[in-house]
Ligand binder design. Sequence first.
Ligand SMILES: Nc1nc2c(ncn2[C@@H]2O[C@H](COP(=O)(O)OP(=O)(O)O)[C@@H](O)[C@H]2O)c(=O)[nH]1
Ligand SMILES: [Mg+2]
Length: 396
Amino acid sequence: MELVRSLYEMLGISGAVNTGDLWGLISLFYLLMASGSLVLKKSDPKIEYKPEPTSTPIPAPTSTPTPVEPEKVEEVVPEKPKVTWGERLRKGLSQSRSEVWGKLGNIFTGSALSEDSIEEIEELLYGADIGPGTVAELMDELNEKLKKEGFGEEQFKEFLFAFLSSKMDGIQKEVSSELYNFDPANKGKTKVIMVVGVNGAGKTTTIGKLATKLTNQGAKVVVGACDTFRAAAVDQLEVWCERAGAQMVRAKEGANPSGVGYDALQQALNEKADYCILDTAGRLHTKGNLMEELTKSKNVLKKLDESAPHHTLLVIDAITGQNALRQAEEFNKALELSGLIFTKCDGSSKAGSAIGIVQQLKVPITYIGVGESVEDLDIFNLDEYLSALLDMTQPA
Ligand SMILES: Nc1nc2c(ncn2[C@@H]2O[C@H](COP(=O)(O)OP(=O)(O)O)[C@@H](O)[C@H]2O)c(=O)[nH]1
Ligand SMILES: [Mg+2]
């Protein structure tokens, strides 16, 4: 009835409410509702309120754009072409080639050689420092060849290669491979390498390179700094040993060199090292004789190992050329050298002097050095050496 009365009020009808009117009003009410003319407001607590849509549309949640990664452009760093040993050797021997061996080829013109040209060849060969005996022998054989038809530059080079090779190959075969290759089957069987030579020949540098090559193969290396005269030389060796991962045994400045060698070998044996390399003095601070001191150093090692040193290597600076021969003979007489190391070939035109020295000393070259870095020292291979010297392709 309350609802009817409020409807009466809305429609402006006054008077009592009767049942007939009531039904009429209810029908009207429904009609109005259905036509949508009557809209109930929120204030009506009994009717659920639905919010009218607002005119400003709520912007659809925009997805935050994921930042587009700039396409990764692989930076192409041009790989430094690795310089092979063959290339280093060729470069190292370039001075000897350009000043001596290369000039020999230029003498050949295609026609028969004149007496003057033959003399020129002889002169160049003397300058190559291969030793006068070798040059005389070579010229004897060459004179015969030069008279023959079709003996040109190519044939001359082939002849030189064969001749020089024959002077060295028998001796070169005697090099023990344990000097270059560490064989794990010999692990802990300490091999002693004593390195000798005059001051400045390249002993310390070569030992540093050698130690690096051996530790790189997994060998345990102990180095003895027996050149106790020069503190700077010991420091120089220490830097190499640290880099190589080798142990170094040193003594106080001025200590007895043979004592350091003994201590180094003792440590190498205690530690079951694979190699014990001894860097010796090239000159003595006392008036004593170097050869006597070195002989003593060599002999004292035998107290610890009867077979030590297993290798006694003489380092020769290529610049010394044939003059190194007298030096080498002196070292050989005192110490019975087992091998030579030919260094600094890069700074000299006399790299050919190796041929004469090997031939006369009858001691093989083990290593050849063509610069100051580790990669600049490698095994001496006769074919490789001669083809680099004569600018030929290496025979297969
Ligand atoms: N260019 C060049 N220099 C070398 C070579 N071997 C050693 N040297 C340098 O020669 C100098 C003397 O070498 P060092 O090892 O101290 O000689 P040591 O007195 O016999 O121990 C050093 O400056 C070395 O860097 C080489 O093969 N080529
Ligand atoms: Mg030295």
